[in-house]
Ligand binder design. Structure first.
Ligand code: SF4
Length: 457
């Protein structure tokens, strides 16, 4: 059993029966679910909007190489620069190189989930560069020394009382501080950081090929300040974030906001078109976009799985997933969690270490039904399971058991050969452990349906 799988089972067991965690997460997720149901009412035909978005992303994925080159060339025209990074190691090395060249010892960050994938904060700290998360949720988990819990709402697992207690411990503010008081406190603290930082780092919600612009969506305005104050702005984004044209935003912005937070449109939607130009009053002197592959082209190679690259990171599939709602985000031990995380993590990391996530699903299909870009998530989980068999990841014992099972099940007389007690013992012996202690194995009755039918027919 892989070490990740063992950890996942331990964590899931603990979290699923932690009633406080369950209460907080169910409360917070239900607020999102209600908001999303209202948010999607803005579409005259939600299905048409999803279909169009899915088609656009499909086109992008099929021609990703061309769109990426177009994006790079247009960004260059506007004075920006692209750095290509094949994997996590390349990306971290390049980012550190850029920061050292610019003598940066503090970076203000916002909306940069991709940097979590690179474990960049740890690497920056190890190299004497202070990373400061400026998005409130990210800041809370950074202060707590934790990883983000959810791709859109990183501190979703904390109640307002948890956050007040945390800030009381760390900064000595009153333990009964309200969310408004905490927000004001953080705002004051971060203002200094924006002024001191040598670089700002953000992610990208969309990279727009026909203009070379970077679109960033947020509700707090901290990403805006991370771009506008420091002299250097680094964007860290996965290569799949491309959309063909500026005109596609009228579809993607409302789809993202309605499915992510239930808003008609997010509060701040910024388009970055290179560094500050002459006569412009704010913006960085230099803008660099680090484009990360890190396993995405492995996904691209797999025909059914490549659809997962359409993801716009709205987080909706996490919020509806019965598994996520029970075990929470940290159990996945990965940046991308929930159904989309279970699909893509085996390709972004070591396949054998993360494939167990594809089996942690009821395959109910709610993720697929909710996805604004129509990714067939539950089917992709099945494809992952198939892929694990193809790669020989199946336990040899399981293979033998399934062969025996098939042999017996294909003929009635073989099924009836054994007595019910023997069958029940065999079930308990072969499947008892996988079934778990909390579920009761199905009991095979003494008489089969066929026997009962003949007797009573
Ligand atoms: S897979 Fe779909 S629902 Fe899930 S985060 Fe991505 S876009 Fe949203």
């Amino acid at each position: 059993m892989s070490t990740q799988r063992v950890r996942f089972l331990e964590q899931s067991e603990r979290k699923a029966f932690d009633t406080k965690h369950r209460k907080t997460i169910n409360h917070n997720i239900s607020r999102y679910e209600d908001a999303v149901s209202n948010g999607v009412l803005q579409f005259a035909s939600l299905e048409n909007a999803k279909e169009r978005a899915s088609n656009i992303k499909h086109k992008v994925i099929e021609h990703l190489d061309e769109y990426l080159i177009e994006f790079e060339s247009n960004l260059k025209h506007m004075g920006g620069r692209v750095v290509w990074a094949l994997n996590k190691k390349d990306a971290v090395r390049e980012i550190l190189k850029i920061l050292k060249e610019h003598d940066v010892n503090m970076v203000v960050k916002s909306k940069s989930v991709t940097t979590e994938e690179l474990e960049l904060n740890e690497m920056l700290s190890r190299n004497g560069i202070e990373p400061v998360e400026t998005d409130l949720g990210e800041y809370i988990v950074q202060v707590a020394g934790e990883k983000p819990y959810h791709i859109l709402t990183p501190a979703m697992h904390k109640s307002k009382e948890d956050v007040a207690a945390l800030f009381h411990d760390k900064f000595g503010i009153p333990a009964d501080s309200t969310p408004e008081q905490i927000t004001l406190f953080v705002r004051e603290k971060l203002r200094e950081k924006f002024l001191q930082a040598g670089a700002g780092m953000t992610g990208a919600n969309f990279l727009i090929a026909d203009t070379g612009a970077v679109a960033v969506t947020e509700n707090e305005g901290n990403a805006l300040m991370s771009m506008a104050f420091p002299k250097l702005h680094i964007v860290v984004a996965g290569i799949e974030k491309i959309i063909p044209s500026l005109s596609d935003l009228h579809l993607f912005w409302p789809l993202l906001s309605s499915h992510g937070s239930g808003q008609n449109i997010t509060v701040y939607n910024t388009l970055l078109t290179g560094p500050r130009k002459e006569k412009e009053t704010d913006g960085p002197d230099e803008m660099i976009v680090v484009l990360i592959d890190n396993g995405r082209t492995d996904l691209l190679k797999q025909t059914p799985h490549r659809r997962a690259l359409s993801c716009i990171h709205c987080g909706a599939c996490l919020n509806v997933c019965p598994v996520y709602k029970n075990i929470g985000g940290h159990a996945y031990d990965a940046t991308y969690t929930g159904p989309i995380g279970s699909v893509i993590n085996p390709y972004l990391h070591d396949f054998s270490q993360y494939i167990h996530l594809s089996f942690a699903s009821s395959l109910c299909g709610r993720c697929t039904a909710t996805c604004p870009v129509k990714i067939n998530l539950h089917e992709l989980l099945l494809f992952n399971r198939y892929e694990s068999v193809r790669r020989g990841q199946l336990h040899p014992g399981e293979k033998v058991i399934m062969k025996g099972w098939k042999y017996i099940m294909l003929k009635r007389y073989r099924m009836d050969f054994f007595r019910a007690t023997t069958k029940n013992r065999a079930l308990a012996y072969f499947f008892g452990q996988a079934w778990g202690q909390r579920r009761i194995l199905p009991i095979i009755r003494k008489k089969s349906f066929r026997q009962l039918w003949t007797e009573n027919g």
